[in-house]
Design a protein around this ligand. Sequence first.
Ligand SMILES: [Zn+2]
Length: 391
Amino acid sequence: MQICNVHLFDGEQRHSGLFDIHIEGDRIKSVIPHASVGTTDAPDVIDGAGGWLLPGLIDLHVHLSWNGGADPATDISNASEEENLLETVSNALNYLPHGITSVRDLGTPHDAALHVGKAIARGKLPGPRIFSSGMSLIMTGGHDPFHGLPVDGPWEALKGVRRQVAQGAQVIKISATGGVYGRTEGEGVDDTELRKEELEMIMDEAHRRHVPVTAHAIGEMGIRACLAAGIDCIEHGHFIQPDMAQQMATQGIALVPTFYIYQHLAASPTIPAYARQKAVAVTEQHRRALGYARQAGVLIGAGSDAGSPDTPHPALLEEILALEDGGLSRIEALCAATGNAGRILGCGGRLGTVRPGAFADLILLNADPCQNLHALRDIRLVIAAGRPHQC
Ligand SMILES: [Zn+2]
């Protein structure tokens, strides 16, 4: 299959001129300057007619089991395991039509997103590639007990990692601090959760199994503890200070700020009041942290936290727009959801990029997103694993 006559943003930069993309199976075979004669009317050729081609978008932080209602954790706590699985499937089906061809699920009860991801990979369901942690690892009484596996002490932490890897987790998610939305009492964003010995055991065992670790981490001491223990990625990161940003850039530790949702929660009248008040208290600090990270050259990825309160699936476009509002350039915001995201998934050169050998996960837009990010709403064609998706 070929897609001819398209402008190109390749996940790192916008190229001038027009291009033809050849696809073989689920991979890109070649990317060459557009041949102006004799290609567009051949069989198996899609005439891009000067549209804008870019990698399929990647959302690095979703909760497919959550419904994005006012209080999804309560909803899912009242649901049976079967209802939870169906909720997860139905949310996953919402992604491809919006050009999101990969998601990273960071916390799902009963490992539901892991199972759905396997079904999609086997061709049983149409959906995005799902990179899932399954259940997250938390301390007893820690953040997000709704999908957390409590581990107390290094040996339980070790077993937790081994359990999730055995389930097929492609990433280990931990709660290193309290959160905004979580237990209604006795949980502050500055609280550190999981001890040094537990963190070190988790990193050591996960890395021994070639699986990265990412941490829900808001407060400064919790983030510092993760950086010291050898974390691969920080989620949220509100209280990152300039020296910590420098350390992250030097050690290649990524940041997925989930910038949109905290501003949104701070303004939302429908979510539980305790969560709204905590969100209000951290939004300005969040903006500063994003600035420090950008300035230091930290690898920044886009994650929406979709499924969380008042944030239905998908919410990646809102995150990309929020990243621009938070100080990233338009190109940087696009890279956060394409090239950078592929690297954070450990799939640099294969996902989030348009180059020979990469997976043919592509979207074709009617306008140039490098001029206006709202062009991402106007999708003409989605190709997932080399196949056009019927929207
Ligand atoms: Zn989350």
